[in-house]
Ligand binder design. Structure first.
Ligand SMILES: N[C@@H](CCC(=O)N[C@@H](CS)C(=O)NCC(=O)O)C(=O)O
Length: 231
């Protein structure tokens, strides 16, 4: 059996899959696709994912992209525990409900905010438009408010009383928002997120921390740069 995960730990869906495979004690080969160096754009990676995006898997020659499709495939192949993606139709539908919601509900505003405040200025050397930053920041705040009130306001975890892949996908997305350029603490004003987040980390540790080592290093190094610039 051979399973390869094409990933970069700066990408939230890649981290979700990495953590999922590691905690499920799956035998897999992590294949780094360094986004910072544009390795996802190389022709040889295009043969793995024609959209030149990460993550992707190669399972005995079966190549699949899209983290949600990959997660469901791993569950059908019985490579992850049933507790993380239930076999019960209704419980599964609840998880799918979150996984469908998150694309536009959380990821889209987070990506727009991330690109505008962090990536575009890095690539172009130009400061971001403050009005655009404020508008995208407000959209992220709205998304956090919905997670706090409309998902976590009803249950201990995202889709019920037990933890599953919906929690993992949500948690890794929120980690990205800790980059100091955002000047943002996703847990600060959201009491349900603040209570829930450590439980997700604890459940998926030590793999959760391991998958976040690079992001946390970037957060630390950028924090000292941001502090220097504001002194
Ligand atoms: N919807 C896809 C997201 C794919 C995606 O946009 N991946 C980003 C990293 S999070 C990427 O490959 N970015 C590199 C690029 O766009 O060049 C999934 O969940 O797998």
């Amino acid at each position: 059996m051979s399973l390869k995960l094409y990933y970069d730990s700066m990408s939230p869906p890649c981290r979700a899959l990495y953590i999922l495979l590691k905690t499920s004690k799956c035998n897999f080969e992590p294949k780094l696709v360094d986004m910072g160096k544009g390795h996802q754009l190389r022709p040889e990676y295009g043969a793995i994912n024609r959209f030149k995006k990460i993550p992707a898997i190669d399972h005995n020659g079966f190549i699949l992209m899209e983290s949600v499709a990959i997660t469901k495939y791993l569950a059908r192949e019985k490579m992850i525990p049933k507790t993380l993606y239930s076999e019960d139709s209704k419980a599964q539908a609840r998880v799918d409900e979150y996984l469908a919601w998150q694309h536009v509900g959380l990821k889209l505003p987070s990506i727009l905010f991330f690109m505008t405040t962090f990536i575009n200025p890095l690539m172009t050397g130009k400061s971001p438009d403050p009005k655009q930053v404020d508008s995208y920041k407000q959209k992220v705040i709205n998304a956090l408010e919905e997670i706090d009130r409309l998902w976590l306001g009803y249950n201990k975890f995202v889709t019920g009383d037990t933890i599953n892949v919906a929690d993992l996908f949500a948690a890794v997305d929120l980690e990205q928002l800790k980059l100091p350029e955002f000047n943002f603490d996703p847990a600060a004003d959201f009491p349900n997120i603040a209570k829930w987040w450590p439980k997700v980390r604890e459940h998926f540790n030590p793999c959760y921390e391991e998958a976040h080592v690079v992001l946390h290093k970037v957060i630390k190094s950028n924090a000292s740069k941001v502090n220097k610039n504001t002194q």
